[in-house]
Design a protein around this ligand. Structure first.
Ligand code: C2E
Ligand code: MG
Ligand code: MG
Length: 704
């Protein structure tokens, strides 16, 4: 500790002899920096102390206005933080001892004072005061720390009697520090081993023989009053004296109930879906594998049913996610209700549920369950005052026929589910190995598509559209062709959906549009009479946020007049998200781009939208054109579309015209234009140029 020099000393002494003596000692032996202040009575001392604090007070215990301990008490009250040395008479040593007890740091006996003793007493008094203060602070700090931690801390003496409890320990014990003090640790805290439920021996005893500094044990239970139990961990550390002999122990008890509950909760949430509370993918895998192990011993079957909702995204988009979530919850509970208790219903995420049926006698039992599931999902769900209707598709795979492990069974059930979707909604489908062949094929198409653009494997063919009154070519439809380096030609009907799924339709569509406009521009520049170039746009392209930007950039780059570009969109593209569709269509229209509804009649257009959207043409799907000759009565669809188109002031184009009969019918019903093999198949650019030059020569046109 750094020695403190005395700057200000207050001497409270009424005896002039003593004052003189002390003053002389100071002037002869003291530091020149020490300022000596002298007062003769307690009142003056108190007044003085009000003004400032000295480094030390030397106080005579026999003052005119205060004697003995009273003088000391008053001085302490006036300056509690200042070290104090008392002066007593020779015959008053017991008073001196009392003074020390009441806070004086030291005493000097009058008549025996000599300079060295005086200065040493003063210096020690100051140092002792500093030490006392810091000891006090240390104790205070320790107390605050101990009371602010959540663990129970208990100090015992060497024989295990409690000496201290912090707040948490008081709470755990249900007793105050005073009530617990002096009692044996195991009389206040009842600690059991969680497994054997036997009392854990007193930690001090167990630890006594061992040399470790800290002993820890987990898996214990603290039995509180009224038998209430909490799981704890505890540790014992020994306090040793300077010679290394045990002097006591510190025992820390930690309540681990929250941590244990959290661990249980974490395991649960890792294995369950938070929305529906159903087991999730992780747990499903385990359960399927368990079921397989059990069934193979008992020669039974296991079925995995993969259920996916039809059009769930639409509900989510239109009614909002909260409603979507409620629907999923409703479906989860219905699925659970319609199955046996031994079956497992899980949610894979999104709108996919997987059900595990174990110990089946016959795989047809899975068909029954699938039908029950489809039925219960299809019943109306009452959500936010709406009656929501939704259907599902289910794919089924069976152990051992369709796979020997969870992963394969789930994957195959998923594949079968896709097949079920393709077969039509609200149906189920058992897995067949051929389905995997299709999946593999799809995969290989996707891989091929990734390289097709850079390897320039795409070309465009053009098919003429013919005016049914004059027989003139009114335009061309660009149709993409792909020759796979190994598979050869792949039809657009096969690869366009794959390109849509993997997002490659965006660069491909962009290439088609640019190529078609470039070609049209080239024909125009060569003086060929081409009017309109039609290009097919798929849903994903249309919904892409950069779609409009792309179209306009291509028109600018190729200098193709927007009024002679026609975009063909299917009904399903138009009917989704009507608001944004309308604004995109209007933006295109504002630039003069023409718009046609492709495959008209196969989707579910509503007349009001057709009126609302700035559409120029309807293309009657070829399936209806085919009906003209095959199912005579059904021709009403074609005639209905033609007359509807006329009433809405739209051009009507018939697709897939193959025969003279079809042509005659369309002409008779005043269809505006037609397209089909009867006039020309889609052809390469050079051949199309020839067609433009020579015109289409078919008999049935009236050329006047
Ligand atoms: P779509 O737009 O309805 O095109 C008409 C389809 O009918 C074309 O098939 C065409 O070759 C075929 N076709 C034309 N006349 C006849 C006929 O008289 N009889 C028969 N049986 N078929 C005829 P393609 O080229 O195989 O294209 C199929 C579909 O693929 C197209 O249907 C279109 O939806 C899509 N597609 C083609 N090219 C593109 C493209 O560049 N981009 C996009 N997004 N889709 C395209
Ligand atoms: Mg088309
Ligand atoms: Mg079509």
């Amino acid at each position: 500790m750094k020695e403190k020099s005395i700057r200000v000393l207050l001497l409270v002494e009424d005896n002039p002899g003593d004052v003189g003596l002390l003053r002389q000692m100071f002037s002869e032996h003291g530091s020149p920096h020490t300022e000596l202040t002298m007062v003769r009575c307690m009142r003056d001392a108190e007044k003085h102390l009000e003004q400032g604090t000295p480094d030390i007070i030397v106080l005579d215990l026999g003052l005119p206005d205060a004697q003995g301990l009273e003088a000391l008490r008053r001085a302490r009250a006036a300056a509690p933080r200042v070290p104090l040395v008392v002066l007593t008479a020779l015959d008053d040593e017991s008073l001196a001892a009392q003074a020390l007890h009441e806070g004086a740091q030291d005493y000097l006996i009058k008549g025996q004072i000599e300079p060295r003793g005086l200065f040493r007493a003063l210096r020690y008094a100051i140092e002792r005061k500093i030490m006392e203060d810091s000891l006090f602070m240390e104790k205070e700090r320790a107390q605050v720390i101990l009371n602010s931690i959540g663990d129970a801390v208990i100090c015992t003496d060497v024989s295990g009697n409690i000496a201290f409890l912090n707040l948490a320990a008081e709470k755990m014990a249900g007793r105050s520090r005073q009530q617990a003090a002096g009692r044996l640790m195991n009389k206040v805290f009842r600690i059991l081993d969680a497994t054997s439920r036997e009392a854990v021996p007193d930690p001090i005893e167990t630890a006594a023989g061992q040399n470790q500094a800290v002993l820890r044990s987990s898996n214990c239970i603290l039995v509180r009053h009224a038998g209430f139990e909490i799981p704890i961990e505890h540790s014992v550390s020994f306090i040793r004296d300077r010679d290394g002999r045990p002097d006591g122990a510190v025992i820390v008890l930690r309540d681990v109930s929250a941590a244990q509950a959290m661990a249980v909760q974490m395991i649960h949430s890792a294995q369950h879906d938070f929305l529906t509370g159903l087991p999730n993918r992780m747990l499903l895998n385990d359960r399927v594998n368990q079921a397989i192990a059990l069934s193979s011993r008992r020669r039974k079957k296991v079925a995995v049913l993969f259920l996916d909702l039809d059009g769930f995204k639409h509900i989510n988009d239109s009614l909002g996610h909260p409603a979507g979530d409620k629907l999923l919850q409703s479906i989860a509970s219905r699925l659970a209700d319609c199955l046996r208790g031994s079956d497992t219903v899980t949610r894979q995420g999104g709108d996919e549920f997987v059900v595990l049926l174990s110990e089946l006698e016959d795989s047809q039992d899975a068909a029954l369950a699938a039908r029950r599931m489809l039925g219960t999902v299809a019943e109306a769900h009452s959500i936010n005052q709406h009656d929501l209707q939704i259907t599902a598709s289910v794919g089924v795979s069976v152990y051992p026929d369709d796979g020997a492990d969870a992963e394969t069974l789930i994957k195959n059930a998923d594949t079968a589910m896709y097949q079920a979707k393709e077969n039509g909604r609200q149906s189920y489908q058992f897995f067949k190995p051929a389905m995997n062949v299709r999946a593999v094929e799809r995969q290989s198409i996707e891989e091929g598509l990734r390289r097709a653009l850079e390897r320039q494997e795409f070309v465009l063919h053009y098919q003429p559209k013919v005016d049914l009154r004059t027989g003139e070519i009114t335009g061309a439809e660009a149709l993409i062709r792909w020759t796979h380096p190994i598979r050869g030609p792949v039809s657009p009907a096969q690869f366009i959906p794959v390109a849509e799924d993997c997002g490659l339709i965006l660069p491909i569509g962009n290439w088609v549009l640019r190529e078609a406009c470039k070609q049209a521009r080239a024909w125009l520049d060569a003086g060929l009479p081409l009017t309109t170039m039609a290009v097919n746009i798929s849903a994903m392209e249309f919904r892409d946020e950069r779609f409009l930007e792309g179209v306009f950039a291509i028109l600018d780059d190729t200098r193709w007049d927007p009024r002679y570009l026609e975009l063909e969109l299917t009904e399903s593209v138009l009917m989704k998200r009507v608001e944004s569709t309308e604004s995109i269509l209007k933006a295109l229209k504002a630039r003069g781009v023409r718009l046609a509804v492709d495959d008209f009649g196969t989707g579910y257009s509503s007349l009001s939208y057709l009126r609302k959207f700035p559409i120029d043409a309807l293309k009657i799907d070829q399936s209806f054109v085919r009906q003209i000759t095959t199912v005579p009565d059904e021709t009403t669809i074609v005639t209905a579309v033609i007359s509807m188109g006329r009433s809405l002031n739209l051009r009507v184009v018939a697709e897939g015209v193959e025969t003279e009969e079809e042509l005659a019918f369309l002409q008779a019903h005043q269809c505006d234009e037609a397209q089909g093999y009867y006039f020309s198949k889609p052809v390469i650019p050079r051949q199309f140029a020839k067609l433009l030059k020579s015109g289409i020569s078919v008999l049935s046109f009236d050329h006047n």
